[in-house]
Design a protein around this ligand. Structure first.
Ligand code: IMP
Ligand code: MG
Length: 196
């Protein structure tokens, strides 16, 4: 089914972090990680799907050997009924026991997601387990989570672009943007296809 998707320029309020600033900071994080994990062969784990852009850019700047793997989770409730309930929908391919694991995430908001993913990974006895996050919405934190590498602290605003989506779209944008939600229309199927 094809969808009617509004152009993001119609509701773009501001570009919070432009491309050059993102790339510069990601290169700095990668340099730090390369120093810290020298000789250690880390496994970088990305939580699908929001963290994909960040992971792929980050590893382009790494100067040490490393591996990557992916996992997918589904969160229930999202701040409504039961905040923080997550379900693993795709597991890692790699056995992480005895490995130096670095969790790479797009954004930490309440902290629930990362806290639960860390618990789930810790049970598998990695040699070390650290967190690298691009965006930290620090004001919203409900659960304390350790952050070893942080790209940017951001204000309590919904953001999209650079992996983060508006109802599934615009993950491809090379910058982090803030929408004006009063001008936003959620995607909907073309009227002729609605009954398909
Ligand atoms: P937490 O469990 O509250 O820390 O939420 C983390 C997850 O919520 C992230 O992995 C994102 O998928 C989503 N999220 C939180 N804030 C935003 C945002 O501003 N834009 C898009 N997704 C967000
Ligand atoms: Mg996410």
């Amino acid at each position: 089914m094809s969808m009617q998707v509004q152009d993001y320029r119609e509701y773009l309020q501001e570009i919070l972090i432009p491309e050059e600033q993102l790339q510069q900071r990601i290169a700095e994080l990668a340099a730090e990680i390369s120093r810290d994990y020298e000789g250690k062969l880390p496994l970088l784990i990305c939580i699908l799907r929001g963290g994909v852009m960040f992971l792929t850019d980050l590893i382009r700047y790494l100067t040490i050997p490393h591996e990557i793997d992916f996992m997918a989770i589904e969160s229930y409730g999202q701040g409504r009924r039961d905040p923080g309930e997550i379900r693993l929908t795709m597991d890692l391919h790699t056995t992480i026991r005895g490995r130096h694991v670095l969790l790479v995430e797009d954004i930490i908001d309440t902290g629930n997601t990362v806290a639960q993913v860390l618990e789930l990974l810790q049970v598998r006895q990695p040699k070390s387990l650290k967190v690298c996050v691009l965006l930290d919405k620090v004001e919203r934190r409900q659960v304390e989570v350790p952050i070893h590498y942080r790209g940017f602290e951001i204000p309590n605003k919904f953001v999209f672009g650079y992996g983060l989506d508006m109802d599934g779209y615009w993950r491809n944008l090379p910058f982090i943007a803030v929408p004006d939600l009063s001008r936003y229309r959620p995607p909907k199927p073309f009227p002729s296809e609605e009954k398909d």
